[in-house]
Design a binder for this molecule. Sequence first.
Ligand code: NAD
Ligand code: DAU
Length: 357
Amino acid sequence: MSRRLLVTGGAGFIGSNFVQHWCQNYPEDRVVVLDALTYAGNRSNLATLEGKENFRFVEGDICDRAIVDELLASEKIDTIAHFAAESHVDRSILGPSAFVQTNVVGTLNLLEAFRQHWVNNSYPDSYRFLHVSTDEVYGSLAPEDPAFSETTPYAPNSPYSASKAGSDHLVRAYFHTYSLPTMITNCSNNYGPYQFPEKLIPLMCINTLMGKQLPVYGDGKNVRDWLYVGDHCTALDVVIHRGTPGETYNIGGNNEVENINLVQMLCQLMDELATDLPVRPSNQLITFVKDRLGHDRRYAINATKMKTQLDWSPSVTIEQGLRLTVAWYLSHQDWWQPLLSEEYQAYYNQVYTQTAS
Ligand code: NAD
Ligand code: DAU
């Protein structure tokens, strides 16, 4: 069966990787991207698809009910893949309101619009609403705790994760109350091409190239479970095609690494792959800075359900994924350089002046 997708946030990091994955693998499907092009959205991420018949880009806000209603009806959408969000924890600490607006109110708006569309079309079985969420809703793990599973209680600690938890609860409630065919995925830290410079891995690559300090929060022993974005896209693909409405799926990379070790690995790769580094070896640039407020200590995902029920597991090791990612940032300076705008510098100064030890 061919599908007609509305991909919200499709000009962002994961959304644009997903749209490219989908268009390459399912050329008979229709893909409509709805993206507000916030600081994190970048239409050039989708440049290779512009002009293709089965692809359309629409600039707009998921909170705008009229745009969403119009697109669902005119494009005969049967599947929403919902990525649009404010996604950066440090920005949520500086200003939580935008997170509640987009992540909670925006998700509610999409759910209401999709429910009406589903009713108008007599409740088709094939409709799907995939809500892309995060492992951060489960809170923080101690070193010996078991990894998060789908039944781990919610305990969000940052304004970002609290807003994502709120949206997850709404999505769950729309299945329970209205039988709307929703599914939720909770995923660990992604990395790979097209990630905005504010996130740990691109920030370290870019700062190394510029000879700037590599700011590691706190003692550097916080643990994240890294997932290559291409593996995340294949996971979302199987959830859309074979997932069960009403279910939640945890998606992770089986790659738990302490931040300081990850940064050391990045420095080694930069030393090996970059030709003209201002400072070499680049790990001399590592600087421990004041910790992020409320910094979660450890995330880890138990992805057994994805393996046993949907036959998915990650295929890219952290060594392979980091090498691909560093090589991509080295060969795409024209992509990230314009993103280091005045607005970005102001944000950067605010976070890293506050966190300077
Ligand atoms: P991102 O910040 O790179 O991209 C977000 C996109 O959403 C941007 O293109 C932006 O323009 C768009 N957007 C923001 N507000 C909007 C609005 N009101 N209306 C329409 N579009 C809007 O984010 P990402 O890292 O690609 O994350 C995508 C999704 O995956 C998010 O929901 C995030 O919570 C979730 N997630 C991310 C990670 C990760 O490691 N990056 C891990 C787990 C889950
Ligand atoms: O776990 C999934 C989440 O991963 C997603 O839901 C979020 O959208 C995504 O941003 C990411 O959140 P994190 O806060 O884990 O990612 P970030 O890249 O900001 O930071 C990763 C770790 O590195 C975290 O422990 C904080 C630390 N860090 C980050 C930055 C930007 C530093 O030590 N220094 C830094 O400069």
